[in-house]
Design a binder for this molecule. Structure first.
Ligand code: PMP
Ligand code: GLN
Length: 379
């Protein structure tokens, strides 16, 4: 794991703290989740739910996840055997890759990708097969021919993140059909990372890959509470899949963490049942924040890609005369007192993302405005 060093999020948040910069790097909200949900967690602690919960997760949360899948996507998962609670989506992804892949198996991943994907693939001794998302028509997308070419005889799985971090792309039905077609043709398993499932804008729908014909049976569908309920520190996630997959993932999971923290699970079960109106308001707020930051960054001279979902805006730094996003991100605190994340670190081919920097807009308006005021001094 030596080559993985320290994650960019740890590096950039430490840089923000050290320099007193406005932190638009790491994607975490600076306001709290629904108060009644927070209260449920406190109650769970006070009520003594402080010992190991069952390995697969507390029954209330598995039931609530199952109902949520049914209500939103018309997907049926048995809470006993087809739902597994994990320590965030991060553990679900790692355990899924470890469960599915033998050493030397290949996993297709769209680049840029969330940094834990490459690390999880490396931990399994598997091989990453990147397919590049490129800007076209104001959003990032892939070439279906390139996707098909990435699949070989050792390809076992494809990891699909939509809404996509860091580009903000929400895959269209046509894009998902191309992925589903490849899965059927090459007998691939899909691992889907849907942690931003509720955070899409302008009415753009999130379509889970598992809802496409034939895909439920070959998909491990992952999500978590962090983004939906603004509790990224709770690290409570889940995976829904046919029972043999869940059993395999649980076999791995029991030796990674055995089980996830109990109090959060009860609070998240409550939130999935009672706080989806709160989430609808969050989505509306985030859309306005996206526009606020996108307009501010454009005014500061960046070329901005306005995302259909997530917390993040991609900014092309070349109009400002910069060429290397990593160098700029490291200098930005002294140049402008702002921290962002260089997109190139999310690529297997860093040169393809060299001129992009990612800014997070899941922040209070005054924080976004302060960052924009500072960035306008770059010109
Ligand atoms: N996947 C993506 C695409 C993410 O942006 C993140 C960061 N929240 C995660 C997974 C990790 O989620 P969790 O905090 O639930 O482990
Ligand atoms: N998902 C968040 C991001 O992309 C942070 C994840 C982390 O800190 N590991 O910024």
């Amino acid at each position: 794991m030596r080559e993985f060093g320290t994650t960019i999020f740890a590096e950039m948040t430490a840089l923000a703290l050290r320099t007193g910069s406005v932190n638009l790097g790491q994607g975490f909200p600076d306001t709290d989740g629904p108060p009644a949900m927070l209260e449920r967690a406190v109650e769970a602690v006070r009520d003594g739910l402080n010992q190991y919960p069952p390995g697969p997760g507390v029954p209330e949360l598995r039931q609530a996840v199952s109902e949520h899948r049914e209500d939103h996507y018309d997907l049926a998962y048995d809470p006993d055997g087809e739902v597994l609670v994990t320590v965030g989506a991060t553990e679900a992804i790692a355990a899924a890759v470890l469960a599915l892949c033998e050493a030397g198996d290949e996993v297709i991943v769209f680049e840029p990708y969330y940094d834990s994907y490459a690390a999880s693939v490396a931990l399994a001794g598997a091989v990453l097969r990147p397919v590049t998302l490129r800007p076209a028509g104001g959003r990032f997308t892939f070439d279906p021919a390139e996707l098909r070419a990435a699949a070989g005889p050792r390809t076992r799985a494809i990891l699909v993140n939509s809404p996509h971090n860091p580009t903000g792309t929400v895959f269209t039905r046509a894009e998902l059909e191309a992925i589903a077609g490849l899965c059927a043709e090459r007998d691939l398993v899909a691992i889907t990372d849907e942690v931003y499932e509720h955070l899409t804008f302008d009415g753009v729908p999130h379509v889970p890959l598992a809802t496409l014909p034939g895909m439920r049976e070959r998909t491990l569908m992952i999500s978590s509470a962090g983004k939906t309920f603004s509790v990224t520190g709770w690290k409570t996630g889940w995976i829904c899949a046919p029972a043999p997959f869940v059993r395999a993932v649980q076999t791995v999971k029991q030796f990674l963490t055995f089980t996830a923290s109990a109090p959060w699970q009860l609070a998240v079960a409550y939130a999935l049942r009672h706080e989806l109106d709160w989430v609808a308001d969050l989505r509306t707020d985030l859309q306005a924040k996206r526009d606020r930051l996108a307009e501010g960054l454009s005014a500061a001279g960046f070329e901005v890609y306005r995302p259909d979902g997530t917390y993040f805006v991609q900014a092309d730094i070349r109009p400002l005369g910069f060429a290397d996003g990593l160098a700029l991100a490291r200098e930005l605190p002294s140049l402008a007192g702002v921290v962002a994340v260089p997109t190139q670190v999310f690529y297997a081919h860093p040169e393809r993302g060299r001129h992009f920097v990612r800014f997070a807009f899941c922040k209070r308006d005054e924080v976004i405005d302060e960052a924009v005021t500072r960035l306008r001094k770059l010109t």
